[in-house]
Ligand binder design. Structure first.
Ligand code: ARG
Length: 456
């Protein structure tokens, strides 16, 4: 008979075993499970609940199991359901009956919640480091392309000239908010559930603070029912991950259109592009496309866990086992996307000539001409109307605004003088010298602040 089946007359049906097992994916929690068990065992002996000699055997056994798993010498048996039962069963094989003392004052319910929180904390740290790496690449790219001008868009139509660096720093800001969200989520993840037992606490004088300290948790959970059934920390990570992926997918989309022949703003490095199986001329931005595409599965994982938790009564229910695969997938997807995306950005080349030309064409300086009139006392709305007519005239003549004559201008308003021709992309950009604007002076400040933030 398999473990935990003393009250049954037969083993589970093989279909049931296959349906209910989690070992195929929770085996990656082996490190957390073993570290958690060692801390628990040490505390039990410290509190006089099990003997010193017993704990020594248990710890030695657990450490050698960790090595077996690390070296790929451990065979996971689906009949043993999950990582907790697999390790415990192996411990019995190694050290005999004393292994049975490890599960004193503990349930798999507080055990799995502890494992998941340890895993989540590591995931958060890793994601934050990768987000900072992404920020660094963005910042380096902005600093080495400080003079590059691109058209800024609204409604996907050329709107006003801006500095490329200003555009890039928008993504630095997004990544900063992402980091803040993960740091905030860490506070609520950093709580130890172990010691909550199955649902109601445990009937032993245990020292939960000792375990928390040992495992690096900031505090112990305040309510045992909540502790074994709370998965908010997983939802929060996934929500923050969804927002981070959404940001990456926006940049991905820009890289995709910027690399098209129509735009020709960037050249993605060969190492980050792929080819077509039929069209030999193709150079495809697959990394950016997949980053955009994988955002979908990250959203999906968030929806899945929210839906699993909806209407779930207290306390532990087996539904909670469904917290794992989507979470692992989201952590892997976000972290690998950040890594490969940063590599792609590190090697991308901008075509400054093309972006600069695009930025000054198609009447992108029309707002500046209207502002020119407004600064001479013409109400802005009226100025807007005058320049609108000027644009229509230019279109009818097939010319840019700078190619019209001063007479053309003065026919529409007597306020126009020769100096209207000194409006350029550069002057337009320099004029937007307000906090958060695209002017070089603002950019220098923004770059400095960003660099300081990164070095904190
Ligand atoms: N594999 C289970 C999970 O992931 C572990 C907890 C099982 N607890 C129980 N009472 N069956 O949630």
């Amino acid at each position: 008979m398999k473990p935990l089946r003393s009250r049954f007359e037969k083993d589970t049906d093989s279909k049931v075993q296959k349906y209910t097992e989690s070992i195929s994916y929770d085996q990656q929690l082996y490190r957390e499970d073993i570290i958690g068990s060692i801390a628990h065992a040490r505390m039990l002996s410290q509190c006089g609940i099990i003997g010193w000699d017993e704990v020594e055997k248990i710890v030695e056994g657990l450490n050698s199991i960790r090595e077996e798993i690390q070296n790929g010498e451990f065979t996971f048996d689906p009949a043993l359901e999950d990582i907790h039962m697999s390790i415990e069963t192996r411990l019995f094989e190694k050290i005999g009956e004393v292994a049975g003392k490890l599960h004193t004052a503990r349930s798999r319910n507080d055990q799995v919640a502890t494992d998941m929180r340890m895993y989540a904390k590591d995931a958060i740290f890793e994601t934050i480091v990768l987000l900072q790496g992404f920020q660094k690449v963005i910042l380096d790219l902005a600093e080495t392309n400080k003079e590059v001008i691109i058209p800024g868009y609204t409604h996907m139509q050329r709107a006003q000239p801006i500095l490329l660096a200003h555009h890039l720093l928008a993504y630095f800001e997004m990544a900063q908010r992402d980091i803040d969200r993960f740091q905030d989520c860490l506070k609520r993840t950093d709580v130890l559930p172990l010691g909550s037992g199955a649902l109601a606490g445990v009937p032993y004088r245990i020292d939960r603070n000792m375990v928390a300290k040992d495992l690096g948790f900031a505090e112990t959970s305040a309510n045992s029912l909540d502790a074994v059934s709370d998965r908010d920390f997983i939802i929060e990570y996934q929500a923050a991950a969804s927002i981070a992926m959404m940001h990456l997918s926006r940049l991905a989309e820009e890289m995709i259109i910027w690399s098209s022949a129509e735009f020709g703003f960037i050249e993605i490095d060969d190492a980050y592009a792929t080819s077509s199986s039929i069209m030999p001329q193709k150079k495809n931005p697959d990394v950016a496309e997949l980053a955009r595409g994988k955002t979908g599965r990250v959203y999906g994982n968030l929806m899945a866990i929210l839906t699993t938790m909806k209407g779930l009564p207290l306390a532990y229910n087996r539904d909670l086992q469904e917290d794992k695969e989507g979470f692992f997938d989201t952590v892997n997807t976000l972290n690998s996307t950040l890594e490969v995306f940063s590599g792609m950005l590190e090697t991308v080349k901008f075509n400054a000539e093309r972006t600069g030309k695009a930025a000054s064409e198609n009447y992108t300086l029309a707002t500046d001409v209207a502002d020119y009139l407004a600064k001479k006392g013409v109400p802005f709305r009226e100025a807007h109307g005058i320049v609108g007519k000027l644009v229509v005239l230019a279109i009818s003549k097939g010319k840019e605004l700078t190619e019209l004559s001063l007479t053309d201008y003065q026919n529409l308003s007597p306020h126009f003088e020769e100096d209207v021709f000194s409006i350029t992309s550069q002057s337009s950009i320099a004029d937007r010298n307000t906090h958060g604007g695209t002017a070089p002076k603002q950019l220098e400040r923004a770059l400095k602040i960003a660099r300081r933030k990164l070095n904190e």
